[in-house]
Design a protein around this ligand. Structure first.
Ligand code: EPU
Length: 417
């Protein structure tokens, strides 16, 4: 069955290693398509989104092999510039291939991308940025074709610092003629990872890590061997689990420097955190403090991807917490499922959740509707008394390599079934 069974109610103890980052690996895979050579990508997580991206690259003519956590992508010969089917419509990051295929082939036809149901998720900013580089876009029945004679560097100011649009502009700009200045670029660490990958491959990019990126296009790119950094959101998920269920754990490889927004919140709730080069040591306080107000923000603020895991942890905090979601307009779906477990959550519109702390959650059958909400239900399952069955495990597998293995390492009684 497509479910996860958890016998919860116990504190977490032990250590687990944090997998490679999904949102870093996916754009790096797209970038490998730009390179007429062979790239080796290490520490690539075994998750269904990576598998979908791998299949898309293969559809376009790349040879991709996967051994354990190492991907080898040979993009010397591309044979297609059309992308359709479940791999596009079922995964948001298929849109990152727009800039990459355009950069390489000057034309691409693709279906509109899908992804988790957390809001509208339009691609208007991606398209208008690419138009500034000379790209013409024709839309037809759920698909669109983007075509360009010669990609031209441009000054682009993003109206919202969209992660995906920033990635698409970078991918197109390294193949363009002249210089692109990208203002209000997203500063999420996954953008810096993409830039580092391209820089190692021969691209010239300045301003990495900041909100203005200057990209000199047209430099020859060559194959590289690159290691994907650890996943800050997976590390944050386990951090919230320890805060929620109590305990004392070590999260090996957790990228603390990318987790400042989360660590500040963890400190406010009452967890002790020790940072070392090897990872994060988390000791939960027996009494969790509620958070009077926290909002999701672009990096380095508290990430939207951690909002549902935080909500789960706060269900048993002492007092009333308020979470405001500022990035996606429909990211509180998990609240209804947490309520089934006894949580006191009231929604005020689509952007604000009020969480009234209860003494304990009770296990029951709940349904994941998207990736991070699904992870939040597993956290709630670790906290709850009795058995929790989280249905729709496949949503969680989009981003977590083996969530049961990781929680078993932390002493949780958890299995798929
Ligand atoms: N937006 C537009 N128009 C656009 C693009 C974005 O209005 O053309 C809006 C979105 O609707 C949203 C906001 O801008 O309200 C921010 O969206 P952004 O483009 O930054 O998000 P994304 O690129 O679609 C990535 C991650 C998400 C993460 C967000 C924010 C990947 C594959 N996805 O999405 O990760 O939540 O950035 O940090 O990198 C996840 O891993 O669970 C996940 C959803």
């Amino acid at each position: 069955m497509d479910a996860i069974h958890i016998h919860g109610g116990n504190a977490l103890f032990g250590e687990t290693k944090i997998q490679g980052s999904k949102n870093a690996a996916l754009p790096v895979m797209a970038a490998a398509l730009l390179i007429k050579d062979v790239c080796t990508i290490e520490n690539c997580p075994h998750i269904s989104d990576v598998l979908h991206m791998q299949q898309l690259l293969q559809q376009l003519g790349c040879t991709v092999s996967h051994e354990e956590n190492t991907l080898v992508i040979d993009a010397r010969n591309l044979s297609m510039d059309t992308m359709s089917g479940e791999n596009v419509t079922g995964m948001r990051s298929s849109i990152t291939l727009l800039g990459a295929v355009l950069g390489r082939c000057r034309e691409v036809t693709m279906a509109y991308p899908g992804g988790c149901v957390i809001g509208q998720r339009p691609i208007d900013i991606h398209l208008s940025a690419l138009r500034k580089m000379g790209v013409a876009i024709y839309e037809k029945e759920g698909c669109f074709t983007a075509r360009v004679k010669s990609l031209e560097g441009a000054v682009i100011n993003l109206p919202i610092s969209s992660v995906g649009a920033t990635e698409n502009v970078i991918l197109a700009a390294v193949m363009a003629r002249g210089v692109t200045v990208l203002q209000n670029a997203a500063k999420e660490p996954e953008i810096a990872t993409l830039c580092e990958f391209l820089r190692e491959a021969g691209a010239v990019i300045e301003g990495i890590g900041g909100s203005v990126l200057i990209i000199q296009g047209g430099h020859e790119l060559h194959g590289v061997s690159f290691r994907v950094p650890a996943d800050r959101i997976v590390a944050g998920t386990y951090l919230m689990s320890v805060i929620g269920a109590g305990g004392n754990v070590f999260l090996e490889d957790a990228p603390a420097s990318q987790m400042r927004g989360m660590l500040k919140i963890a400190d406010e709730i009452g967890a002790q955190i020790h940072i070392s080069r090897e990872g994060l040591h988390v000791i939960a306080d027996e009494h969790k403090r509620a958070l009077p107000y926290v909002k999701t923000e672009i990096y380095p603020g508290f990430p939207t991807d951690m909002q549902s895991p935080l909500m789960a942890a706060l269900t048993t905090a002492q007092g009333i917490s308020v979470i405001e979601e500022t990035i996606f307009e429909d990211r509180f779906r998990v609240a209804a499922q947490l309520r089934k477990m006894g949580a006191g959550i009231e929604l005020s519109g689509k952007r604000q959740a009020v969480i009234i702390g209860v003494d304990s959650l009770l296990g029951c059958e709940v349904t994941a509707e998207e990736l991070r909400g699904g992870a939040a239900l597993v956290i709630a399952g670790c906290m709850a008394l009795g058995e929790t069955i989280v249905k729709n495990r496949h949503f969680i597998e989009r981003g977590y390599e083996d969530i049961c293995r990781d929680y078993r390492n932390l002493g949780v009684d958890i299995r798929i079934g």
